[in-house]
Design a protein around this ligand. Structure first.
Ligand code: S3P
Length: 429
C-alpha cells in the first residue's frame, strides 16, 4: 500500500494545466462505440483504472478496441455484435461500469457474470436489477440481486413506465441502454436532474429521445452510428485543483478545456456563493458537451448551506467541498446527500473521520455533514480507504496543514487521476 508524505503549507499554486478526460464520458465513449455500427474514435480518453475496467469488459464481449496513440479506436457492430463472454466480467472498483453494463447486457441473448472489488461488493445493485426484472430480464445476485456477483441471462425486453426512486445517472443510463433494446416506448421519470451524458450521447450517435422536465421517452428502435469525439477534462478532477488554488496563498491557476455541462457544475455555483474568486471562460466551439477554461485565484470563503437539487450536480465533489468548508468562515451544512453512503466508501463517515484526525470540526449527520470553520489543520496519518476522491482530498488538505500529512492507500487515486501527484507538484511554486 502506497503512502505519500506531504507538507505543502504556504506553497503557491500557479500556472496553466489540463486535467485528464472526464471519467463518466470516457466510460460511455467505449459503451456507445461498442453498440454503434462502425468506427468510433475517442481523443483524450481517460486511462484511469475505472475506464480500463470498462475497456477490458467490452473486449471480453468481443468488441475490438485499440490504442492508436492519439486516440482510441472502437469497432462496433451494434448491440448484436456483442458476444457471450467466456469468462467473468470484472468491473474492478467501478460503479458506472457495473450499472451501465447491466443495462446493455439485459437485452443480449446470452449469459454473463459481473464481479468487482471489495468496495463494489458492498454497493447497492437492486436499484438497477429490480427495474430490469420488470423489463423481463433474468438477473440475480447475492441478497436477491442487491450485490455482486451478478448473473444476467439477457433476452427479449418489454418497455416500462418507471419512476426512478433515487436521483442516479447510473440507474437512468442503465435503463436507457435497456430501453434502446426493448419493444415499444419506455418512459423514465427521474427523482431529480442528474448528469445527462447518456442522453447527449444517444443523440450524438444518431439515436432519438424526448425529454420533458424529469421525464424521458425513448423507443427500442435505436440505430446508432460510430462517431469521432473529444472527451473534455473532468470537472470532478479539476475540483481538486480549484480547491488547491483557492486554499494556497497568492495563487492563480488556469485549468483548460474542462467539461462545463450544467448537470456537473454544482461546485462552481456553490463556490461562487461562498465568495470564491473564479472566472469561467466557456468555449463557443460546437461539441456534444460544453467545455471551457476555469481561472481560479486564492480566496476567502464563507460557510453556506448545500442541499436539494444541487446535490446530484456536485455529488462527487462533496469530499473536496467539505475540506474547503473547514477553511471558510462560519458553518457549512450539507444535506439531502444520503447517496454519499453508497459511493466507493461511505463518504459521510470517511470525510468526517479522516479530516477530524487532522483537527477539523465535522459532524456527520443522517444525510450529510455539518462543518465548522475556520479550522487550523495539524499534520497526521490519514487513509483514503481505497477511495480515489478521499485520497485526493486528503492530499489537498496538506496545503493548509501545519505539519506533514501522511496519506495512506494513495494507489486508489489511479481510478480517476493517474499522475495526480505529478500534476499537483507541477503547479506548485
Ligand atoms: C456517474 C454518476 C454518479 C457519480 C459517479 C459517476 C455516472 O453516480 O457519482 O461517479 O457516470 O453516471 P450516481 O448517478 O449513481 O449518483
Amino acid at each position: 500500500m502506497a503512502t505519500q508524505t506531504l507538507h505543502f503549507k504556504n506553497r503557491t499554486i500557479k500556472g496553466v494545466i489540463e486535467v485528464p478526460g472526464d471519467k463518466s464520458i470516457s466510460h460511455r465513449s467505449i459503451m456507445f462505440g461498442a453498440i454503434a455500427d462502425g468506427k468510433t474514435r475517442v481523443w483524450n480518453f481517460l486511462k484511469g483504472q475505472d475506464c480500463l475496467s470498462t475497456w477490458e469488459c467490452f473486449q471480453k464481449l468481443g468488441v475490438p478496441i485499440s490504442d492508436q496513440g492519439q486516440y482510441l479506436l472502437i469497432e462496433g457492430k451494434g448491440f448484436e455484435g456483442l458476444r457471450e463472454p467466456s469468462s467473468i466480467l470484472d468491473v474492478g472498483n467501478s460503479g458506472t461500469t457495473s450499472r451501465l453494463l447491466m443495462g446493455i447486457l439485459a437485452g443480449r441473448p446470452f449469459h454473463s457474470v459481473l464481479i468487482g472489488d471489495e468496495s463494489i461488493a458492498k454497493r447497492p445493485m437492486s436499484r438497477v436489477t429490480a427495474p430490469l426484472r420488470l423489463m423481463g430480464v433474468k438477473i440475480d445476485g447475492r441478497m436477491n440481486g442487491e450485490y455482486t456477483p451478478i448473473s444476467i441471462r439477457g433476452g427479449e425486453l418489454s418497455s416500462i413506465d418507471y419512476q426512478i426512486p433515487v436521483a442516479s445517472a447510473q440507474v437512468k443510463s442503465a435503463l436507457l441502454f435497456a430501453a434502446m433494446q426493448a419493444s415499444g416506448i419506455t418512459e423514465l421519470t427521474e427523482k431529480g436532474n442528474t448528469r445527462d451524458h447518456t442522453e447527449r450521447m444517444i443523440q450524438y450517435f444518431g439515436g432519438k429521445l424526448e425529454k420533458n422536465g424529469l421525464t424521458i421517452r425513448i423507443d427500442g428502435s435505436a440505430q446508432l452510428e460510430g462517431r469521432d469525439l473529444v472527451v473534455p477534462g473532468d470537472i470532478s478532477s479539476a475540483a481538486f485543483f480549484i480547491a488547491a488554488a483557492i486554499l494556497a496563498p497568492n495563487s492563480e491557476l488556469l485549468i483548460k478545456n474542462v467539461g462545463l455541462n450544467e448537470t456537473r457544475t454544482g461546485m462552481i455555483t456553490v463556490l461562487e456563493r461562498m465568495g470564491a474568486n473564479l472566472e469561467i471562460i466557456p468555449h463557443s466551439i460546437d461539441s456534444f458537451e460544453p467545455y471551457g477554461d476555469i481561472l481560479v485565484r486564492s480566496s476567502k470563503l464563507q460557510g453556506t448551506e448545500i442541499g436539494g437539487d444541487l446535490i446530484p450536480k456536485l455529488i462527487d465533489e462533496i469530499p473536496i467541498l467539505a475540506l474547503l468548508a473547514t477553511q471558510a468562515e462560519g458553518r457549512t451544512v450539507i444535506k439531502n446527500a444520503e447517496e454519499l453512503k453508497v459511493k466507493e466508501t461511505n463518504r459521510i463517515d470517511t470525510v468526517a473521520n479522516e479530516l477530524n484526525k487532522l483537527g477539523c470540526q465535522i459532524t456527520p449527520t443522517a444525510d450529510g455533514l455539518m462543518i465548522d470553520g475556520v479550522s487550523r489543520l495539524k499534520g497526521g496519518i490519514v487513509d483514503s480507504h481505497g477511495d480515489h476522491r478521499i485520497g485526493m482530498m486528503l492530499a489537498i488538505a496538506s496545503l493548509v496543514a501545519e505539519d506533514s500529512v501522511h496519506v495512506q492507500s494513495t494507489e486508489a487515486i489511479d481510478v480517476s487521476f493517474p499522475n495526480f501527484f505529478k500534476a499537483l507538484t507541477s503547479t506548485m511554486k
